[in-house]
Design a protein around this ligand. Structure first.
Ligand code: HEC
Ligand code: HEC
Ligand code: HEC
Ligand code: HEC
Ligand code: HEC
Length: 462
């Protein structure tokens, strides 16, 4: 018996003796090869390597060279897909590159970062411009297909994603020299392009490519619409972004195609009524306002009798309709707030908190917003590169609610009964932010009234 074999037998015997239960290892324990299983942890940001040729964006083409000639204008698709085209035109996707507020922010960030963030900021707003290497913040000389922002040829050329967020889409406009469109059907046949079934297009992960934005260098969460949805009960119920933002109808995808149980509308409205109106679409502006009105309820809890002197009133706001935080998205701008008023029988204002002063909501307003900060704890409202922390986040979780408490004095001269009014307002940008970004070119902001609650109370003098 070799000394090696003797040793092995000895170890096995030891394992058997030492074990309280009678399990004897036939072979000694050791190290076994196992594939790396850490890849499912999405890093969320791009790395400056060959996988991310458009660093700091995660956009890609799987190594293929693509040019503007590989893409069509939306009008070409619209020649057959007429309704879809009409719905998309005027949407924020169609405005994603021409949006003047975006361009002002892009130019600001480009200067502030000396161009370091250009590809990052452009890849979600003009994906075609970036993958063809045409895009510049000034926009000079770009092809028309790139000027059309998030157009048909962006979304229907997405063949896969490399993760979630920061532009993690892969564009494959052509395969084997032929145009190929990815979509929700397994049986679509077109005279103009090949088709491929893509389950991704029916899921929120598809939207998550662009609707989760992370600071490209320090990983601070900036926009988290996809993640907010993923962590909500809508995700566990299987309600996708598409179900609310692309409501389905019965119909045909082209005039000659078969009637289908469900085809998905392409209005993509959210909360922005200002920019669609500015760029000429009243339909999208009005739909955005309707969307906002479907998002929240307001309820006042007040005693039947109030007194001259101190009173306490509660106002509850509930997110009943948004599948993510309310509000969500672009953190510097999006704000919802309560404008709470108490009027007496002569309509004289007894109390108010939530008015707009100097282009902002007044101090102490019950406001629902996320505020980012820099390493000194100062508020960051434009230079996102400086942001490294969330100072506070008072937005309302999906299906969540928050209560605001108002403590105020009714003056002796007030005449009962009192009327209480709680207006819930929203704007995509404060006037102050628009002025700071755009100076004398700034448009007037737009406030949408999302909901109102009223109550009345007798006044008891003491
Ligand atoms: C922001 C991404 C996006 C843009 C932009 C976009 N689509 Fe779609 N489209 C989708 C998604 C996602 C679906 C599938 C929805 C589902 O089934 O859940 C879809 C579905 C479709 C379908 C299948 C029928 C239907 O409506 O369900 C057609 C055809 C289509 N799109 C054409 C177009 C055309 C033409 C344009 C441009 C005018 C366009 N799309 C712009 C994302 C987009
Ligand atoms: C000559 C007419 C025509 C043109 C032009 C055209 N399509 Fe189509 N497309 C069709 C037809 C027909 C179908 C099949 C419809 C069906 O089965 O309901 C289709 C299907 C689709 C689908 C669904 C694919 C799937 O498998 O789910 C998408 C997405 C699509 N087209 C996008 C586009 C885009 C983007 C453009 C512009 C680059 C475009 N189409 C141009 C006729 C056209
Ligand atoms: C249950 C329905 C529902 C689902 C699911 C849903 N949304 Fe929304 N979304 C809304 C409503 C209602 C609004 C308007 C209120 C608001 O602005 O938050 C909205 C607003 C938005 C806005 C405008 C942001 C703002 O506050 O100005 C964006 C962007 C958006 N949604 C994207 C998404 C994406 C991406 C998903 C999936 C990850 C998604 N939504 C899932 C209902 C939904
Ligand atoms: C290629 C990137 C990209 C993809 C994919 C994408 N979006 Fe967007 N989306 C954008 C950009 C960029 C904007 C903002 C444009 C702007 O405000 O200038 C936007 C705006 C929106 C808005 C309007 C927000 C507002 O304030 O009113 C909604 C709603 C929306 N997207 C929903 C979706 C949904 C739902 C999906 C998936 C079906 C999706 N998006 C997929 C890039 C994308
Ligand atoms: C991962 C994709 C992505 C990246 C990267 C990105 N954005 Fe956006 N951007 C979006 C989406 C999606 C929206 C719409 C969100 C909403 O409606 O609240 C948006 C909205 C905006 C808006 C609001 C426009 C409007 O009219 O409502 C501005 C301004 C903006 N982005 C500027 C920038 C700048 C500057 C950068 C670079 C620092 C940048 N974005 C990087 C996806 C992106």
């Amino acid at each position: 018996m070799s000394s090696r074999r003797r040793l092995r037998v000895g170890v096995v015997a030891y394992a058997c003796v030492a074990s309280a239960v009678s399990v004897c290892a036939e072979k000694p324990f050791g190290v076994v090869p196992h594939p790396d299983n850490s890849g499912h942890v999405d890093p969320g940001i791009a790395l400056p390597d060959s996988r991310h040729p458009f660093f700091p964006s995660r956009a890609g083409t799987d190594g293929r060279k693509v040019t503007a000639q590989d893409f069509d204008l939306p009008e070409v698709c619209g020649a057959c897909h007429m309704d879809t085209y009409k719905q998309w035109k005027g949407s924020m996707h169609s405005n994603a590159w021409t949006d003047p507020v975006y361009r002002a922010a892009l130019n600001f960030m480009s200067k502030a970062s000396k161009g370091k963030t250009d590809n990052f900021c452009m890849a979600c707003h003009t994906p075609i411009g970036v993958v063809t290497h045409e895009a510049t913040p000034g926009g000079k000389g770009m092809s028309e297909v790139a000027n059309r922002g998030v157009q048909c040829e962006v979304c229907h050329n997405i063949s896969r994603t490399s993760g979630i967020g920061n532009g993690s889409f892969v564009l494959t406009p052509k395969l084997h020299g032929r145009p190929l469109k990815f979509g929700p059907y397994k049986d679509a046949v077109s005279p103009y392009h090949d088709t491929a079934y893509s389950k991704l297009h029916t899921q929120s992960e598809f939207c998550g490519d662009c609707h989760d934005v992370t600071h490209p260098f320090n990983r601070l969460p900036i926009e988290r619409t996809y993640s907010e949805w993923r962590d909500s009960t809508y995700a566990s119920e299987g309600v996708q972004c598409q179900d609310c933002h692309m409501k389905s109808v019965r119909g045909r995808t082209t005039a000659v195609s078969k009637n289908r149980e469900r085809i998905y509308t392409h209005y993509f409205v959210g909360g922005n009524a200002l920019v669609p109106r500015l760029l000429g679409s009243e339909v999208h502006a009005q739909q955005a306002e309707a969307m906002l009105r479907s998002a929240a309820t307001v309820k006042i809890t007040a005693p039947a009798r109030m007194v001259v002197g101190p009173n306490v009133i509660q106002v509850r706001v509930t997110n009943v309709g948004a599948g993510h935080k309310l509000p969500t998205g672009f953190p510097e701008g999006r704000e919802m707030w309560l404008d709470f008023k108490v009027l007496d029988a002569r309509n004289a204002e007894v109390y108010r908190l939530g008015a707009v002063r100097n282009g902002r909501t007044e101090p102490d307003t019950k406001s629902f917003k996320v505020v980012l900060g820099d390493r000194h704890g100062n508020v960051v409202d434009l230079n996102i590169l400086d942001a490294d922390r969330v100072l506070y986040d008072t937005r309302i979780e999906p299906r969540g609610s928050q209560e605001a408490t108002y403590l105020f004095d009714v003056p002796p001269g007030a005449v009962g009964p009192l009327k209480l009014v709680a207006d819930l307002n929203y704007w995509s940008f404060s006037q102050a932010l628009l002025d700071e970004l755009m100076g004398k070119d700034a448009p007037r902001t737009h406030i949408t009234r999302m909901a109102t609650a009223t109550a009345s109370a007798q006044l008891k003098s003491r």
